[in-house]
Ligand binder design. Structure first.
Ligand SMILES: Nc1ncnc2c1ncn2[C@@H]1O[C@H](COP(=O)(O)OP(=O)(O)OP(=O)(O)O)[C@@H](O)[C@H]1O
Ligand SMILES: [Mg+2]
Length: 241
């Protein structure tokens, strides 16, 4: 569960990237975070994961305050950033073991888990290569595997599907669904409206740092009183004019 209460962030340039944002992301749901470029999605995600401190407001991860109790809060989180260029000089296997160490995954069963994931994501032959040699999609996969290795309750993913091929994208969507169905929390941002439509239990639409809508797609359709595609609704909501 993620509780975002009245969170605001202004960058040095004076732009309010996130403006009084309040959201509750519940256990058991896949929550989609939608908005055009520059809407404030990544800024919100960086605050939720403790990378950026908010100027105002509070964020709780399963009850732990990310500012006051960062270690406990972060132990609950698996984060896939929009930039998969991490620890480039490590080999895939070293990275996975490093993630497992940081998150205190017991040594027992670790190898099996890694091989299982490598199989699922078609990465078996790449584990002994350095991450810097990987393609964009492979880098993304190793980061996702790094999250799955410690299997935290709350998953936060910033555009996780961009760059993944259809098979890996399918695998990741299935894994997200299974994770949520076990009573965990999954939040991800996307531009791909079809993905949001197919995968998410609830969505939020954000523009210029403010929430325009939160709810199910059915509720969104109801609120606009027109039976239209998510794409049309999205364009209508985020249109400046
Ligand atoms: N480090 C920074 N310094 C100044 N302004 C920034 C910085 N990072 C982001 N911004 C601005 O904050 C706003 C929100 O950016 P953010 O990256 O959160 O958007 P986003 O919704 O993730 O967009 P995208 O879909 O392109 O990833 C934008 O206007 C952006 O230009
Ligand atoms: Mg972004």
């Amino acid at each position: 569960m993620i509780n975002i209460n009245n969170v605001t962030k202004t960058y040095g340039s004076g732009i309010k990237a996130v403006d009084g944002l309040t959201l509750e992301i519940r256990k058991g749901e896949i929550f989609g975070f939608l908005g055009p470029n520059g809407a404030g999605k990544t800024t919100t995600i960086k605050m939720v994961t403790g990378i950026l401190p908010p100027d105002e407001g509070t964020i709780l991860i399963n009850g732990y305050d990310i500012s006051k109790d960062p270690i406990n809060a972060k132990m609950e989180i698996g984060f896939v950033s929009d930039d998969p260029n991490v620890f480039e000089r490590l080999k895939g296997l070293e990275y996975l073991n490093f993630m497992a160490d940081i998150y205190k995954v017991p040594a027992e069963g670790r190898r099996e888990r890694i091989l299982e994931l490598a199989e699922e994501f078609d990465m078996k032959n790449a584990l002994d290569d350095k991450i810097q040699s990987y393609s964009h999609g492979m880098k993304q996969k190793i980061v996702v595997m790094g999250v799955l290795i410690h299997d935290p309750d709350v998953w936060i993913l910033d555009e996780p599907l961009s760059g993944l091929d259809p098979k890996s994208s399918f695998t990741l969507k299935k894994i997200m669904r299974d994770h949520a169905d076990k009573g965990n929390t999954v939040m991800f941002s996307t531009h791909v409206l079809e993905v949001a439509e197919k995968v998410c239990d609830r969505i939020a639409v954000i523009n210029k740092g403010k929430i325009l809508f939160v709810g199910t797609l059915a509720q969104m359709k109801g609120s606009l009183k027109t039976d239209t595609s998510l794409e049309k609704m999205f364009l209508e909501m985020t249109d400046d004019e």
